[in-house]
Design a protein around this ligand. Structure first.
Ligand SMILES: Cc1ncc(C[n+]2csc(CCOP(=O)(O)OP(=O)(O)O)c2C)c(N)n1
Ligand SMILES: [Mg+2]
Length: 546
């Protein structure tokens, strides 16, 4: 068999449905093999967009999303997406081409050492030097990308290897189960929780990966232990649950942090130090029990005393079975924190001013996006507001990146989410800065007849950095920019463009965008004047009184 055909058969055997990317001449054998396969090519307008899509596909399915690029410039365009997948624990496989390894007549034209370049950004990076190795290399790349903690893998398929003949046969995925935690570790954790007076549960990114949602919910319902979510743990347990204590969007100074300070035991499920810290650990103040698939990476802000490593759902189930509510657990302080948090979250929900204020924006979106609808955030100021105020009802219904925190992933991640869940509503939210970093993928979305909505929050600035600049008492400098007419811009791609001039119009237009087919772009002027007042001052002042 021809090597490129075998490579594609190996992808099919891994269950690959889509390959995202832009081929170059070095990929043409592989492309021809793809053409006649069951795999669909999602041709994009930039390799970065393709990489973000592949990573998000992996994030939502647990199976590595695959992206394809040429050597040199195509491969270097994958770099940010590789980091996005690697830091965000999203299984992804990048395939890049290369000039012939045996005999090339092109000198060093376009040659970059891509395998070495990918080294710090991946779990596995290899050049194929013989067609006979394809089955083993492909299987290993998928195994490594998908195994906990998931991440990026890379294979380089040079032109001459792709054209070789081989009689190698595919290696099937083995039967395997995730290891479960050791019983002694479970007993240790259980004893710490039972001995505590004020335990609290934290739900982090790792809990959003596999099906641990049901067990966690049962754990909370049975024990009555209050919980909070991290940004990437949003929705694992319904954030409307009566025991929810908030989202750790800020690292300190929020109402939630008063509860954390008051707790004497934190059950930390799925936390990963790659996330911006949900709270800062201080020495000796409280017991932290780390429950995850992998052990805790120790950091100055995170050094748990007890670790339970193994399948998370299994660990939670075993803890749930053996922990009954204790008479001397006292959650009264937490109840008080929750009461004040809820009162605070509601402030501004009905503010009619336009340009729209972030709290109102979040409120309208929560009302209009169905429980299983997926909101995909790019990176900017609004991420803080959405993290704190938007309450996710189901796992992975807010895709945000609190790991690499790159701009430009909003639209591509929404497109991937729509491919994975064609029947669910998908809305991307980006700033005017982040949107323009991959706005060209509007064409891809239109070409594939996707039904998605892209909200662009327009403040004519890199607002988040502007806010931080002001926080540091620097003069306003270097953060303001202009914009295209986003409505006309959308229309020029064959998408629908909308520009509301009031909150009421925003609501009507969003409702219509979500309900009607096609690619919709809403150009929404945003008022960030509350950033300083609410996020820097009000929350701190009010929470410090608790
Ligand atoms: C690729 C990339 N470049 C730069 C940054 C640093 N950064 C974080 S947020 C931000 C501003 C985002 O601006 P915009 O998308 O308009 O959102 P806004 O904050 O204005 O709502 C910048 C420059 C980043 N996170 N990622
Ligand atoms: Mg902006």
């Amino acid at each position: 068999m021809k090597a490129s055909d075998l490579f594609v058969k190996a992808l099919e055997a891994e269950g690959v449905k889509y390959v995202f990317g832009i081929p170059g001449e070095e990929n043409l054998d592989l492309l021809e093999s793809l053409r006649t396969s069951s795999i669909k090519l999602i041709l994009t307008r930039h390799e970065q967009g393709a990489g973000f899509m592949a990573a998000t596909y992996g994030r939502l399915t647990g199976r590595a999303g695959v992206c394809l690029a040429t050597l040199g410039p195509g491969a270097t365009n994958f770099v940010t997406a590789a980091a996005y997948a690697q830091l965000g624990a999203m299984p992804m496989l990048m395939i890049t081409g290369q000039k012939p390894v045996k005999l090339s007549k092109q000198g060093h034209f376009q040659i970059v050492d891509v395998v070495a370049m990918m080294q710090p950004l991946t779990k596995y990076t290899k050049q194929l030097v013989s067609a006979d190795n394809i089955p083993a290399r492909v299987r290993e790349a998928f195994r490594r990308a998908q195994e906990e903690r998931p991440g990026a893998a890379h294979l380089e398929l040079p032109e001459d290897i792709a054209d070789e003949q081989t009689d190698a046969i595919l290696i099937k995925e083995s039967y395997h189960r995730r290891p479960v935690a050791d019983e002694k570790a479970i007993v240790h954790a259980r004893n710490a929780i039972l001995a505590a007076k004020r335990p609290i549960l934290m739900v982090g990114a790792g809990a959003n990966r596999k099906v641990s949602s049901k067990m966690l919910r049962e754990f909370v319902d049975k024990t009555g232990i209050p919980f909070f979510t991290t940004q990437m743990g949003k929705g694992v347990i319904d954030e409307m649950h009566p025991l929810w204590l908030g989202n750790a969007t800020l690292s300190d100074g929020d109402f939630l942090h008063r509860a954390i300070e008051h707790a004497d035991c934190i059950i930390n499920v799925g936390h990963d130090v790659i996330e911006k810290p949900p709270f800062f650990m201080r020495k000796g103040l409280r017991t932290v029990v780390h429950i995850n698939y992998v052990s805790a990476e120790v950091d100055t802000v995170y050094f748990p005393q007890i670790e339970v490593t193994g399948d998370v759902a299994n660990t939670i189930w075993r803890l749930k079975e053996s922990i009954a509510p204790q008479p001397d657990w006292d959650f009264s302080y937490f109840d008080n924190v929750r009461k004040h948090l809820h009162a605070h979250l509601a402030i501004g929900e009905n503010d009619d001013r336009f340009p729209i204020l972030p709290v109102r924006l979040v409120k309208e979106m929560r009302d209009l996006v169905p429980s299983d609808g997926i909101v995909c955030l790019d990176n900017g100021m609004y991420k803080i507001w959405f993290g704190r105020y938007y309450r996710c009802r189901e796992p992975n219904t807010m895709l945000l990146d609190n790991a690499l925190a790159t701009m430009g992933a909003g639209l591509p991640s929404a497109m991937a989410a729509k491919l994975v869940f064609p029947d669910r509503k998908v809305v991307a939210v980006s700033g005017d800065g982040g949107f323009m970093m991959n706005s060209q993928e509007l064409e891809t979305a239109v070409r594939f007849k996707q039904n998605i909505t892209q909200i662009v929050l327009r403040d004519n600035a890199y607002g988040m950095i502007k806010w931080k600049q002001a926080n540091m008492h620097f003069a306003n400098f270097g953060m303001d920019m202009g914009n295209p007419d986003f409505v006309k811009y959308a229309e020029s791609y064959g998408a629908h463009g909308w520009r509301p001039n009031s909150v009421a119009e925003f609501r009507d237009m969003l409702k219509n965008c979500i309900a009607s087919p096609g690619v919709h772009l809403m150009d929404v002027a945003i008022d960030y004047s509350d950033n300083d007042r609410v996020l820097n001052k009000e929350i701190r002042e009010l929470s410090s009184k608790l």
